[in-house]
Write a new protein. Structure first.
Length: 406
């Protein structure tokens, strides 16, 4: 299956079948470069390698993790001995990692106005990664499996008002300008009924290899709820952001994405997720969940063969304009794998384009509740399908850390 990806704002035209689902606009943040995709990390610890003695970067094998070249040495601080060991991390380990990779997002009140929001459009597609071939014969587990691409599904507009949805848009600044993504309000295990947590893609908060967290990172729930900015019109901020603008205080994303992520779909996208903790810039005293009136739990280790998945997002590339919330009913997801040592991604038929990155994927739990099971990460150049990470141990740890950190 071919894939798309998202981060380079000034990326060149696509060559081949894979390209990036953009999180950003043409004046938005520069990506981490096309580069060569990072080799998968070893599953067992090994000695040797170099992180670079001058602090400017390095490559090699550090404790069993095969690293891309050119990484700042500070980026490597706090890494586990191997990616397998990451699944054993406790709260304290995530805390150490966060202390070495500080998220700094000072509030600039009223920075995000309708013009800035409206001008952050999707990037041109980035150069492709290698196309995984369908796997035969079928392995005993889902890991390492790539199925044939599912049939295309046409996205349909979500009925207004959007205030009934837990969905919204993320906006951010980075080197080169401004960008945007889609995102979802999720429940907070430590603060039931009063969540300030938002789920999106890792590439919507961090460019990946060699980069740092984006700035001016905000979430706008129920973006363009009334449709006032549809059809090329400019609407006041009160219409675009009926529940206000929520600034990110803390972010958790996977170390895999932070260290390996790039501008084309590859193994790093198998861990392309992020959780943000936010607050209202006007400090209303109410949580995001109380303000919006809805939030969904995250369903980790969801049974793939029993899922009927639908995805939402604000696609920007034509024929869409980024002002409308859309939905694809993808049904049972297929699988996509770049690295057999990592969970195969979920894939559904869907024609949503750039801008849908980070948007929630949902399924119905056995108890009847709607839950988030993934987020849009990559998809095909032909806009026929999307893929998102399968959420298991590492994603659960990230949510646990940011929930308890408050």
């Amino acid at each position: 299956m071919s894939t798309i990806h998202r981060s380079a704002l000034a990326a060149a035209a696509v060559a081949g079948a894979l390209f990036a689902v953009s999180a950003c606009g043409p004046d938005g943040p520069a990506g981490s470069g096309a580069g060569t995709a990072a080799p998968p990390p070893d599953s067992a610890a090994a000695s040797g390698g170099s992180s670079g003695s001058d602090g400017s970067g390095g490559s090699g094998v550090i404790g069993g993790i095969t690293l891309p070249s050119g990484l700042p040495t500070g980026l490597l601080e706090g890494l586990p001995r191997s990616w397998d060991d990451l699944k054993k991390w406790k709260f304290e380990d995530w805390d150490t990692w966060a202390s070495k990779h500080v998220f700094n997002n000072p509030v600039v009140k009223d920075f995000w106005d309708p013009d800035k929001m409206g001008d952050s459009k999707p990037a041109e597609p980035a150069p492709p990664a290698a196309k995984p071939a369908p796997t035969t014969p079928k392995p005993a587990t889902d890991d390492g499996v790539t199925d044939p691409e599912p049939p295309a599904v046409k996205a349909v507009a979500v009925p207004r008002p959007y205030t009934k949805q837990p969905s919204g848009k993320v906006f951010f600044s980075a080197q080169g300008g401004r960008g945007n993504c889609s995102a979802t309000v999720i429940t907070d295990p430590q603060h039931p009924g009063k969540s300030n947590l938002v789920w999106t893609a890792g590439h919507c908060v961090h460019p990946g290899k060699g980069g740092s967290y984006y700035k001016d990172l905000v979430f706008v729930p129920a973006y363009n709820n009334s449709g006032a900015s549809s059809g090329g019109k400019r609407a006041p901020l009160s219409e675009l952001a009926p529940f206000g603008t929520w600034w990110a205080d803390q972010v958790a994303t996977s170390p895999q994405w932070t260290v390996e992520g790039g501008s084309s779909g590859d193994a790093a996208n198998q861990y392309d997720f992020a959780v943000m903790r936010v607050h209202n810039q006007n400090d209303t005293g109410k949580s995001l969940e109380e303000t919006v009136g809805s939030a969904v739990p995250v369903w980790f280790d969801a049974p793939r063969d029993k899922l009927g998945v639908w995805a939402t997002g604000y696609p920007l590339l034509k024929p869409f304009d980024g002002q409308e919330l859309y939905r694809c009913d993808g049904g049972k997801p297929t699988r996509l794998s770049f690295d057999a040592k990592r969970p195969s991604m979920l894939t559904i038929g869907c024609d949503m384009t750039q801008g849908s990155s980070g948007g929630g994927w949902f399924a119905t739990m056995p108890d009847g509740r709607t839950a988030l099971v993934s987020n849009t990460s990559i998809g095909t150049q032909e806009h026929t399908s999307l893929s998102g990470p399968y959420l298991e141990t590492v994603a659960r740890q990230a949510l646990d850390w940011i929930s308890r950190k408050q």
